[in-house]
Write a protein that binds this ligand. Structure first.
Ligand SMILES: *Cc1c(COP(=O)(O)O)cnc(C)c1O
Length: 495
């Protein structure tokens, strides 16, 4: 197997093994780690169709994480994709109204972040062992709601690690907040910041780039890493479920071997859809990558015009995990369409942090031909939930509804009838109020937990354990801070 090495999108010029890239999270020049080449699948789709999730995940990830031994990687996978998931299929497909919903929310925290964050702690502690790292790993994470809880659940009480999560105090759903502030584990800290997700993410990136601070902590025996989707150890596990979805359709005889599928992804930080693009580059027969945004449609505008411009009003929506104006992982795509030029990528990212915008050339724009951008506003999102429910009885969450709407619009506009896999990124139980209000505004009078019971009746499903767990759980985290206090909060926690 050909070794894959990782280097920064901004030209730091150092080559890392996969395990070192996982440990570091972010390059020291602020760039993201990218593989030196995208490996090709080395098993046929028919062979992969015979495998369960765990074995298939191994076949995909071994190609990227080339310095992990087979035993190491299989061990990580076995510990990640186990009975924490409420179905042995791990990521089942559900057909509704002419599309396939890939349900990525059967893990511990009922959002798709579990798909990668169940694995990342194992990849990281294995990497620490492999590389003889003696220090305690401090995971710093900014969250728009779902990453935080999934990372907390993954890292809580993992020996040799601590985790600090920053979330926008007024920018997550009540259930998302309750899930995070009730987190147990002596090595966890959850902090609500007075600002939005971009403030949290920018703050965390700044701390990563603060070499003075890193040195101080190094002397105390700590080293930072990231559980955000900027970590390559988040991205690689996400490639697997697109291959899995394709091979399930193949196995069920819904598509022929080699037939194209389209993929539609509700997008925020651009990690999930980038993973689908990597799957395509590995040889998975994917046609269009439909990128769905909510009212914060910075990506839609980028695909339309070639200009990325974050200078705009920020909207708090009913799909908060997509309320993002700086989609970090887009940097990896920019690097790719610039012909793997770190100079060009660094230049554009410099413009983004300077003026808040950049424009790609017509030549570079050609590299985006596989992508199609669309968006749904708040009313369109709510109407889509109601429409799908009334037509089929299937209840989708607000994020999935954004994708579902954009997918229907895409089919209508283009007449493209290629089978579509929609990434269903959260359980409707995570956004119960918005979901139930969409179905009938009368529900708004009820309490959150009444609505949860109503949703169970209406959708004929059982309330997930993750929700049962927070019904009576005590609040354990009450820290709040301003954006400029993030660093001192961390220093206090590590004293
Ligand atoms: C994180 C998240 C998204 C956005 O995914 P990205 O990889 O950041 O684009 C969409 N939906 C839900 C429910 C999420 O938690």
């Amino acid at each position: 197997m050909k070794e894959v090495t990782y280097s920064s999108t901004r030209g730091e010029g150092v080559k890392y093994t996969a395990s070192m890239a996982v440990l570091k999270g972010l390059a020291s020049d602020g760039g993201l780690f990218v593989p030196d080449h995208i490996p090709s699948l080395d098993k046929t789709l028919a062979e992969l169709a015979e495998m369960d999730y765990q074995n298939l995940a191994y076949e995909v990830m071994k190609l990227f994480l080339t310095d992990y031994t087979e035993d190491e990687l299989r061990g990580c996978i076995a510990r990640a994709y186990d009975s924490k998931f409420d179905t042995p299929e791990i990521a089942p497909l559900s057909e509704s109204c002419g599309s396939y919903y890939l349900e990525l929310w059967h893990g511990a925290t009922i959002a798709f972040k579990d798909m990668a964050l169940s694995l990342l702690p194992h990849l990281m502690t294995t990497a620490a062992k492999k590389n003889g790292l003696q220090k305690e790993i401090v995971i710093l994470t900014a969250t728009s709601g779902d990453t935080g809880k999934a990372a907390l659940a993954g890292f809580a009480d993992v020996p040799g690690t601590r985790i600090v999560v920053f979330y926008p105090k007024s920018g997550v759903s009540p259930i998302q907040e309750k899930q995070m502030v009730t987190q147990r584990g002596d090595n966890t800290l959850v902090v609500g910041i007075h600002g939005n997700f971009d403030d949290a993410q920018t703050g965390v990136k700044k701390i990563f780039g603060d070499t003075e601070f890193a040195k101080e902590l190094d002397e105390k025996g700590f080293v930072f890493s990231s559980a955000n989707s900027i970590n390559i150890g988040r991205l690689v596990p996400q490639v697997c479920y697109y291959v899995y979805a394709y091979t399930r359709l193949l196995k069920e005889g819904r598509i022929k071997d080699g037939e194209l599928i389209n993929v539609c992804v509700p997008t925020g930080n651009f990690g999930n859809i980038l993973a689908a693009f990597y799957a395509k580059l590995m040889g998975l027969p994917v046609g269009k990558l439909i990128c769905a945004s909510n009212t914060n449609k910075v990506l839609f505008d980028f695909f339309e015009s070639g200009t990325y411009d974050r200078n705009r009003e920020f909207h708090v929506t009913t799909s908060p995990s997509m309320d993002i104006l700086i989609s970090s992982n887009l940097e990896r795509l920019i690097y790719f369409i610039a012909g793997n030029s770190s100079d060009r990528c660094a230049q554009l990212m410099g413009e983004l942090s300077g003026n808040g915008n950049y424009t790609i050339t017509d030549e570079e724009k050609k590299g985006l031909a596989d992508f199609y951008g669309g968006y749904a506003d708040e009313k369109e999102t709510a109407d889509q939930i109601k429409k799908i429910y009334e037509k089929s009885g299937y209840v989708i969450d607000t994020h999935t509804a954004v994708a579902s709407y954009v997918c229907d619009k895409y089919k209508e506009k283009t007449g493209d009838d290629t089978p579509v896999v929609i990434a269903s990124t959260a359980s409707p139980y995570k956004f119960t109020r918005s979901v139930m209000n969409a179905i009938d505004p009368e529900y708004d009078k009820k309490t959150d937990f009444e609505l949860i019971d109503d949703l169970a009746k209406l959708s004929n499903t059982t309330v997930p354990q993750a929700i049962e767990d927070i019904r009576s759980a005590p609040v354990l985290h009450k820290t709040e801070c301003d954006v400029n206090e993030m660093k001192s909060v961390i220093a206090g926690f590590l004293k």
